[in-house]
Design a protein around this ligand. Structure first.
Ligand code: PHE
Length: 402
């Protein structure tokens, strides 16, 4: 019987394509930690019902590594919390739905989490466009939502229930412009961005504003739509403008294809992007074409930082030696900030939990020290990484303070 159950759990994990499934992350941990106390005090079992939280993310689709990495970070945080006794003795259980990178699916997923599963808080999404599509559901239901990684300014403006634990794009655009101007000594930049993604459109705008303030000039501005395959027309125009840096604030799938075509057309200047590049898939798709290019991110795995080292070693032992990307680190941080607030709130009701998240101050997270400001955003530094090495991946280059 036990053997058969284990098989079912294992098959579920494989089916989800993740190192641990919902069942493995939630129920197994509960079983392990509760078995002893339940046996000793069966009467208390009722009041120690698990606390159910939700996660919605792109577990499949063009940005699949975003949701998968975030999920792994969240599950690691839950596992550690439950092993240390949970929230006042209550275990935390995760409900998770796939958005497939689609705004409508994101809205449905969060509606399901809030209405059917009655989760007390929601973690997600990564892509700003998807957070924007689902945040109104949480706001209306009075359920706190924490986005680990959506950087578009508008996300937390949806309402007072919506938080994030990452920096915002006006800062990220500034960090990229500063790097282009001061480190790359560029005075002429070209931009190629995804006109369908709020993240990409606004980050391009912020980069341009900051770069021109520093005395630089944007000499070409071209757009694409996520999923496009051929960028020849845009890149021909860009090549003619002779840029010293090409800013591409898109998501990794598109950026990988763009990089290949950039080099094929003979454009040799470095490419620069935002956190949307962050996926182990980028180096695999683009190979040499992306070597020597840069992007801003929330953390770098080779950062000389004790907390980062500890996180990487725990993550690697949980997930077969894999190096965590920024999304995994942010998922882990978002979950831990939620747990910290739950402990302080001494309640899982929307209002007190919301107030406790809002009061988060100097929380030592993997991606930096997090204080939630009056806009429900996090003020933190950014890192610039360079794509290099073998295997090709992001290497720490510079830190930009807010
Ligand atoms: N910041 C991106 C957005 O808002 C998402 C992202 C964050 C992607 C971190 C990769 C790493 O859409």
């Amino acid at each position: 019987m036990v053997g058969r159950l284990a098989t079912v759990v294992r098959r579920l994990s494989l089916g989800l394509g993740l190192a641990a499934s919902v069942v493995a992350g939630g129920v197994v941990a509960i079983g392990a930690a509760n078995a002893a106390s339940e046996a000793a005090q069966p009467a208390k079992a009722e009041s120690k019902a698990p606390i159910v939280i939700g996660h919605y993310g792109s577990l499949t689709g063009a940005e699949a590594t975003f949701g998968q990495s975030t999920s792994e970070g969240i599950r690691l945080a839950i596992k550690e919390l439950n092993a240390s006794g949970g929230i006042d003795g209550r275990m935390v259980e995760l409900k998770e739905y796939d958005t497939k990178g689609d705004p409508k699916e994101a809205n449905l997923a969060v509606t399901r989490l809030v209405k059917s599963d009655k989760v007390v808080a929601v973690l997600g999404e990564v892509a700003s466009g998807l957070s924007l599509a689902a945040a109104p559901v949480c706001q209306k239901a009075g359920v706190p939502m924490i986005s680990p990684s959506s950087t578009n300014v508008r996300v937390t403006k949806v309402g007072d229930m919506i938080f994030r634990v990452c920096f915002i794009d006006p800062f990220q655009g500034l960090a990229c412009a500063k790097f282009a101007s001061e480190n790359l000594k560029a005075t002429k930049a070209a931009m190629l961005y995804d006109q369908k993604a709020p993240y990409s459109v606004d980050l391009a705008k912020e980069f341009k504003k900051a770069f021109e303030k520093m005395g630089g000039k944007v000499v070409a501005e071209q757009t694409y739509s996520g999923g496009d395959g051929d960028f020849t027309a845009q890149l021909t125009n860009i090549a003619a403008s002779k840029p010293e840096v090409l800013f591409v604030p898109g998501y990794y799938t598109d950026v990988g294809n763009i990089a290949l075509q950039v080099r094929k057309l003979g454009i040799t200047c470095p490419m620069l992007g935002g956190d949307g590049w962050d996926s182990e898939q980028l180096g695999k798709t683009a190979g040499k074409a992306i070597e020597g290019s840069f992007y801003s991110n929330h953390y770098a795995p080779d950062q000389p930082d004790e907390q980062v080292k500890q996180f990487i070693s725990k993550y690697q032992s949980a997930y077969g030696g894999k190096t965590p990307d920024g999304l995994a680190a942010l998922g882990y941080d978002a979950a831990n900030i939620l747990f910290d607030a739950m402990k302080r709130a001494k309640s899982t009701d929307g209002k007190p939990l919301r107030d406790a998240i809002a009061a988060t101050k100097d929380f030592k997270a993997v991606t930096g020290t997090i204080t939630i400001d009056q806009n429900r955003d996090a003020k933190k530094s950014a890192v610039i990484v360079e794509m290099k090495g073998d295997p090709l991946g992001p290497k720490f280059k510079a830190r930009v303070e807010p």
